[in-house]
Design a protein around this ligand. Sequence first.
Ligand code: TXA
Ligand code: MG
Length: 321
Amino acid sequence: MSPNIIASLVPPTPEALAAAGRILAQGGLVAFPTETVYGLGGDATNDRAVAAIFEAKGRPSFNPLIAHVASVEQAAGLVAMTPLACDLARRFWPGPLTLVLPRLENSPVSLLVSAGLDSVAVRLPDHPVARALIQAAGRPLAAPSANRSGAVSPTTAAHVAESLSDRIDLILDGGPCRVGVESTVLDLCGPRPTLLRPGGIGVEDLEAALGQSLLRSTDAPDAPRSPGQLESHYAPTLPVRLNAMTRSDGEVLLGFGPMACTLNLSPDGDLAEAAANLFASLRALDRPGLTGIAVAPIPEHGLGLAINDRLCRAAAPRSGA
Ligand code: TXA
Ligand code: MG
């Protein structure tokens, strides 16, 4: 590693947070820990900062970003916090739930964050460093996962440094992320709450709180969907093969539950542990000289929905980029 990579990775001391807040207020970019994955943060109200995020990630600009806030009141200054949104915020914030809501007419959020939609996704993260940073910046932070677009998401500061350190001003190192998969994205703009992305809050928990089943963006052709849910995503360099119980020649096997394998997401079959280990394991197994990563079946409930969503995209045909 070159010395400037080490220099840009700092522990989140009060001084570092104050410096990071100043960088953000001036339009710079700071990577920071959340409970889900590391985010690449910029001032959500500054067009140039938001454009710099898209550029650093190599992300298509039609894929909107999440505005991260430090309080429900701050969210209410950006979007229409409907009674249902307030209810869900009370139950699940701070936490890995992102709510897509109508933009306020006078919303200070850059139009680039919405990528042409009349909605904004908001989230109050459950990580003290994330909230302290938003407060230090004094503005909402647009923050996608801090990786190059389409690649495996970062769950440690070192992952961020590997792919983005030459494109950002500072990386706050808050240790490994507790949840390990991104937030659940729920669209509340239409007549029925619609799941746009499974994530760190289980669908069962949301449905229990709402007292109704969620519409899925795959349920109906006219159901809301995230423009950013591109098929190939979260992809390591090696091809990924799903639902494997054994490995073929040249492959490594990523296991789940008691089994013989190269690396195990959770030998006890614990989905929360598996989610926390998912992205770091894909990175660790993505080594030259191998032919592919085979992955054991993961149960399709609770956090398993988010894990399988990420694995299916990691295994999807690559668009060539
Ligand atoms: O856990 C997370 O959500 C992480 C951490 C850093 O907070 N962030 C994250 O951001 O995963 P990103 O940009 O990688 O994913 C945001 C997702 C995308 O699928 C995007 O299309 C969707 O949210 N999204 C954002 N704004 C939207 C909107 N207005 N309407 C529909 N979908 C939206
Ligand atoms: Mg991402």
